[in-house]
Write a protein that binds this ligand. Structure first.
Ligand SMILES: Cc1cc2nc3c(=O)[nH]c(=O)nc-3n(C[C@H](O)[C@H](O)[C@H](O)COP(=O)(O)O)c2cc1C
Length: 323
């Protein structure tokens, strides 16, 4: 592919394109991470809550392709040996999200592994900068999966102002095509981290039914909620919600979390007993970017289309300049 966009991010990581794969729990396996890296981006395996066997398999699946690993900080903090094991494989990067990650950043620095820290607020960005993180990932509330309540458009330039001109920053949340990439560069990012768009890819882990449901759903149907954390018995810190596609189970309990908590054992049993592809009960994690996704594509097509669209938009942008 001839179009390339060069940024501090591509230079630091030796990439062709300023695009990273979000380390999505149980979705970003070795095959998808390797495919994104092979296409010139940065593939990150979704180490999620921390499951040693799954992680081992994903890293092996990535083969010789250079990929990184991401974890859910508050969960993996309970298993520091997993971070050590991941660092021992000399990944292309260690990404941490959702919680205090100073110790993990120090461990990665000691192992000479580049670090990425996903933040949702300015004060978290300051915490990550203080820890000396290499890449700040700024996540807006549009994002699929867990996060907080700030929109990307104001948060991203504000983080750039705080972080200064040299810091590498990636934008995350609602980005699924070249328009999102070009706009993110204008707002102060050095690249983007995409989740929902890569979830709807050939190489993502997950059933055909789940991927078909993504294509059939739109951003209006998504909502931020804690229902599925309670229903799955996952102990998320209270200030994080997850963006998911609303379904019957969610509609029954959304806004009624206290009642769900009181019945949590029974509801968890109902949830666990349901067919994994029954998305009237099971959670389908995805963000507002669903509006921009019309088909399942290969990771390479997603990377290349996003870059060529952004490239064209940036070339055309001089038309806004008065002569
Ligand atoms: C299915 C799914 C699972 C996710 N799991 C994780 C995760 O395990 N760890 C993490 O840091 N972020 C996770 N995220 C959030 C992403 O890191 C990222 O912020 C988000 O996907 C960006 O927004 P987008 O989905 O609109 O591209 C997940 C997102 C999705 C869609």
């Amino acid at each position: 592919m001839k179009q390339k966009l060069t940024t501090r991010f591509t230079e630091r990581f030796g990439l062709d394109h300023p695009i990273a794969l979000a380390p999505m729990d149980k979705v970003a396996g070795g095959r998808l991470a390797a495919a994104v890296s092979a296409a010139g981006g940065l593939g990150l395996i979704g180490g999620g809550y921390g499951e040693a066997a799954w992680l081992d398999r994903a890293i092996s699946q990535a083969g010789n392709q250079r990929v990184g690993v991401g974890f859910i900080t508050w969960s993996v903090a309970r298993q520091p040996e997993l971070i050590e094991a991941a660092l021992a494989r000399a990944p292309a990067g260690l990404m941490v999200s959702f919680g205090d990650a100073e110790e993990m950043i120090s461990a990665a620095k000691a192992a000479d592994v580049p670090t990425l820290w996903q933040v949702q607020r300015l004060n978290q960005a300051e915490q990550a900068l203080k820890a000396g993180v290499d890449v700040l990932v700024v996540q807006g509330q549009e994002a699929g999966g867990h996060g907080m309540d700030r929109g990307l458009t104001a948060l991203l330039p504000a983080v750039r102002d705080r972080a200064g001109p040299e810091q590498i920053i990636l934008a995350a949340g609602g980005i699924a095509d070249g328009r999102g990439l070009a706009a993110s560069l204008m707002l102060g990012a050095d690249g983007v981290l995409m989740g929902t768009r890569f979830w709807a890819s050939t190489e993502a882990e997950g059933s055909a039914a789940a991927k078909a449901a993504l294509v059939a759903s739109g951003g209006d149907e998504t909502v931020r909620s804690k229902v599925f954390d309670v229903a799955r018995g996952v102990d998320w810190p209270w200030h994080f919600t997850g963006r998911i596609v609303a379904n019957d189970f969610l509609k029954r309990w959304h806004g009624n979390i206290d009642a769900l908590k009181q019945e949590s054992a029974a509801q968890q049993a109902i949830y666990e007993a349901s067919d994994p592809d029954d998305f009237s009960t099971r959670v389908l994690i995805a963000g507002e970017a669903l509006d921009l996704i019309a088909s399942i594509e290969t990771a390479r097509d997603i990377v290349e289309t996003t870059v060529s669209e952004a490239h064209a938009l940036l070339c055309e942008s001089s038309r806004y300049l008065a002569s």
